[in-house]
Design a protein around this ligand. Sequence first.
Ligand SMILES: Cc1cc2nc3c(=O)[nH]c(=O)nc-3n(C[C@H](O)[C@H](O)[C@H](O)COP(=O)(O)O)c2cc1C
Length: 250
Amino acid sequence: METVLLELRYLVSVLVAVILGFAIGYESLLLGATVPAFAACADNAPNGNTPSGGNEQTAEEPEAPADPGEGDSPAEPEAPDDPGTPDTDSNILIVYFSAQGHTEAVAGYIAEATGGEIFELVPADGYTSEDLNYNDESSRVVQEYENEELRDIELVSAIPDNWESYDTVFIGYPIWWGIAAWPVNGFVTANDFTGKNVVPFCTSASSGLGDSGNLLAGMAGEANWLTGHRFRSSASADDVRGWLGDLGVI
Ligand SMILES: Cc1cc2nc3c(=O)[nH]c(=O)nc-3n(C[C@H](O)[C@H](O)[C@H](O)COP(=O)(O)O)c2cc1C
């Protein structure tokens, strides 16, 4: 009888141990399942929490572009280029008078091609289209053409800034009655051209450069005057580049 009781006790304790062990194992299983389940929720949470999810992405991705941005150092190499360009081109000055825009266009093409500085000669008393009517005997240009004393045209400014720094000076003008339009005279007589290369250029309907360059050279004194070039009124940038190429300027 005692043996039976002992066996029963043993069986009960074994049963209790099994039940307890099972319970603990199940709980572990439950916990194990719960953690991944939470983890899954956690993964979902950032997505659901658009702000934080969005923040994570916008916070990190912008930083990536920020590094290339530090490649703002690419901008640094550009900086040396800028100062370089003006330095090499600053020795060229393009001075011009233009009553109707054609010579101005050519001056602009020269500046584009050479990187030179432009200086426009502006009469203090500008020419109107009536003033320029050479078919009208009483017009201003006809009066000035017929009376040389009237050709001393006051300019808004005749002396360019930093004049000394230019080695080469282009002088542009329209042809009026076969010579340089006289508003350029005031510029030529007001400046010292010693040591400079001077390159006349003009636009005209049909006349050539003629003696216009030589006459200006006679007013200027010491300088190395080049022959110069005549362009048709509607000269193109290519025309101008071709000439500059022949000159060896570009
Ligand atoms: C008063 C005057 C005189 C001109 N005389 C001549 C000339 O003798 N020969 C010629 O070919 N063109 C002559 N032209 C035409 C200009 O030289 C030509 O239109 C020139 O391209 C104008 O340049 P601008 O637009 O820069 O003023 C004359 C034009 C004017 C207004």
